[in-house]
Design a protein around this ligand. Structure first.
Ligand SMILES: [Zn+2]
Ligand SMILES: [Zn+2]
Length: 409
């Protein structure tokens, strides 16, 4: 395992110099700690530490390839029997993973292969092989700037559009972590959500993903003279959101686009567009001009218009109340990048492919099997196939961790 000699050595150095404060998490003594060691891929779970000093000592001695802690708080976090552990609550966590967002650039940097029949493709990997139907797809996926920017926008959307206005979460209760690889974790550390069951958390997921949403039930009614009464953009929750996305869509759409959604009735809207928009924004909001368009068509438009405002999150993470989550300021074993803890105000300026780099000095020689165009820090490289190169240590370790390069000399 030559590859890991250097990576292990660098990880070890990193953890040696990490301060105890950087390992701070809320109520450490109630959390389960887990690591994946370098020696094998078998996770060591059910550890607990009473203070930062003992945790720091442990990871200095046992350099982790991956380091995790439980989103849950337990009475006895070291107990191996989940029933004995004594679940006391859990942070509310959202996972925004660029891997789950269908970005356009995936065809430029992602590949997949079916391990059953060797059928190959580029871009987002399908769940089943289109050739043989088996679920034995192995994907080689990469993160690029575009993927990570889109992931960042998703984080802002979740917080600005839902968590703060609709769920009353305060900015100070939100902690954002760059995962060190493909996305962000949003932790809500609030007593208000701590005891929430898995089902309760699923309701929140459905709410921010718009699952089961019936726009018609959000403020639409037929008035006595057959006119349409609709929601006000200033209404809280989904009511106001529906009015706002409808407004924005109508404001921007072309006749052709709208015709694809509601056919000939599109003309009525485009002809009276300015007045319709003015009415929706007036106080009180009025939808009467849309009488001839009909509620059915309005709902069709809304169902198209809301797509951009729904959150692209991995629901499994949120509903799992015993999840193990990457430890802030630990290193991601598949990239060597740091799991960066950010406040809401840090996020805008944060450059995940630069600010998460820890191995800043020196160069190493590697053999690269195959990589697309990638950037780490200010260094851009690729596409490359079958080549020996000298690269900055950060990039070299990244490629070694990804398993696409071998260390030379
Ligand atoms: Zn196949
Ligand atoms: Zn990308």
């Amino acid at each position: 395992m030559k590859k890991y000699d250097l990576v292990l050595q660098e990880f070890k150095k990193y953890y040696k110099h990490l301060s105890e404060e950087e390992l701070f998490i809320k109520d450490l003594n109630k959390r389960e700690i887990a690591i994946v060691p370098f020696e094998n891929d078998i996770m060591i779970r059910h550890m607990s530490f009473n203070d930062l000093k003992s945790l720091k000592e442990y990871i200095e001695k046992n350099t982790p390839l991956h380091l995790y802690y439980s989103s849950a708080y337990y009475k006895e976090p070291h107990a191996t029997d989940m029933n004995v552990k004594g679940w006391e609550g859990a942070d509310l966590i959202f996972d925004v993973d660029a891997d789950h967002i269908p970005t356009n650039c995936k065809v430029d940097h992602d590949k997949w292969i079916c391990r059953n029949c060797n059928f190959q493709g580029i871009g987002h990997a399908p769940e089943n092989c289109p050739n043989c139907g088996e679920k034995k797809i192995e994907s080689i996926s990469w993160i690029c700037e575009n993927c990570l920017n889109i992931a960042k926008e998703e984080v802002f959307k979740l917080i600005d559009e839902y968590l703060i206005p609709d769920f009353g979460v305060k900015i100070g209760e939100i902690e954002i972590c760059f995962s060190g690889h493909r996305g962000y974790h949003i932790h809500v550390l609030s007593e208000n959500f701590k005891k929430l069951s898995s089902d309760g958390r699923r309701e929140i997921v459905d709410y921010v993903k718009g699952i089961g949403l019936e726009p018609r039930l959000h403020g639409f009614k037929i008035g006595s003279n057959g006119s349409i009464i609709g929601p006000d953009p200033k209404d809280p929750g989904w009511k106001g959101r529906i009015a706002r996305v409808f407004y924005e869509y109508i404001n921007k759409c072309t006749l052709e686009e709208l015709e694809k959604v509601i056919g000939k009735k599109a003309e009525i809207i485009i002809k009276n567009r300015e007045k319709i928009l003015e009415d929706i924004m007036s106080n009180p909001s009025s939808w009467t001009r849309l009488k001839k368009v009909g509620i059915g068509n309005i709902v069709k438009i809304i169902n198209i218009a809301i797509r951009d405002i729904l959150c692209n999150i991995d629901e499994r993470v949120t509903i799992d109340i015993k999840r193990l989550i990457r430890y802030p300021n630990s290193l991601h074993g598949k990239t060597g990048l740091k799991v960066c803890r950010l406040s809401y105000n840090d996020l805008e300026k944060f450059d995940p492919l630069k600010d998460s780099i820890v191995f800043r000095s020196g160069e190493i020689k590697i053999y690269v099997k195959e990589i697309p165009k990638i950037r780490i820090g200010d260094y851009e490289i690729g596409p490359i196939k079958d080549k020996e190169i000298e690269v900055p240590k950060s990039l070299g370790i990244y490629l070694l961790c990804k398993g696409v390069a071998e260390l030379l000399s």
